[in-house]
Ligand binder design. Structure first.
Ligand SMILES: [Zn+2]
Length: 243
């Protein structure tokens, strides 16, 4: 099977081989073995590096795929030379890893992931803004979209809100009870709503001050941590480098 894919994780395996987790356009997330990839002279070496975006030729084995060859489209190695970018891109990979199942195809998420890496690479957008928007795309793509348009209790249409229910993932209107959720500023609510619906290349249009960034971070982190198989670890690293 030939498919475009991005290496989200790589580790050494047996003597000269590497085990790769590749998020692919046609097969979703796959685990593949790359024979002989540990020897840097091997021509397949560069296509097995984390973040590498390539055309891959994969063969299905008994339990793992076997990577036979590939052609680099963009290695994104520039993201590895800057600690902040490295941390953010590792986080994007980790988020893809924890939010998707093996073999679950999702071309929408694949496209958003790729766009996020390109935007991170070109410095086009405030990193944090991009990360928050990407988190919302991941939630949306995996069935946990936050509802910013209707009250989660009475379903009435809302223009804005100052409360997000963390049990039903969405805004709450003036009349409904404010429980099991968090208060936030209306500006943050509106920013979240915009980031949720805008395409990633348009998210620069919103401006976040530090207080809003903190509110968005808290809400997204809570929903991500409570829905996926494990909590992303690089989130803590992100907090650490920001301080
Ligand atoms: Zn209501």
């Amino acid at each position: 099977m030939e498919t475009k894919g991005i290496v989200i994780k790589a580790q050494d395996y047996k003597e000269n081989d590497k085990l790769l987790w590749i998020y692919t356009e046609k097969l979703g997330k796959v685990t593949a073995i790359a024979k002989g990839a540990k020897k840097s002279k091997n021509k397949s070496f560069s296509i097995t590096l984390p973040l590498c975006y390539s055309d891959y030729l994969l063969f299905k084995g008994k339990s793992l795929y076997r990577l036979s060859e590939g052609k680099i489209i963009n290695s994104f190695q520039g993201l590895l030379n800057n600690l902040e970018k490295l941390t953010y891109s590792s986080y994007l990979c980790e988020l893809i890893d924890i939010s998707t199942e093996d073999g679950e195809k999702n071309p929408y998420l694949f496209k958003e992931f790729l766009t996020a890496l390109y935007l991170l690479d070109t410095d086009a957008i405030d990193y944090e803004l991009l990360i928050r928007a990407f988190e919302l795309k991941v939630l949306k793509a995996t069935g946990y979209e936050i509802d910013f348009n209707n009250c989660v209790f009475c379903k009435k249409k809302i223009n804005s809100s100052n409360y997000i229910s963390l049990s039903y993932y969405g805004g709450v209107c003036e009349e409904c009870p404010k429980e099991h959720g968090v208060y936030l500023s209306r500006a943050s609510f509106n920013a979240l709503r915009f980031l949720n619906s805008a395409t990633l290349d348009k998210v620069y249009r919103v401006n976040l001050n530090e207080e809003m960034k903190e509110e968005l971070f808290k809400i997204n982190s809570f929903i991500i941590s409570s829905n996926y198989v494990r909590k992303p670890k690089s989130l803590e690293m992100l907090k650490f480098i920001k301080e």
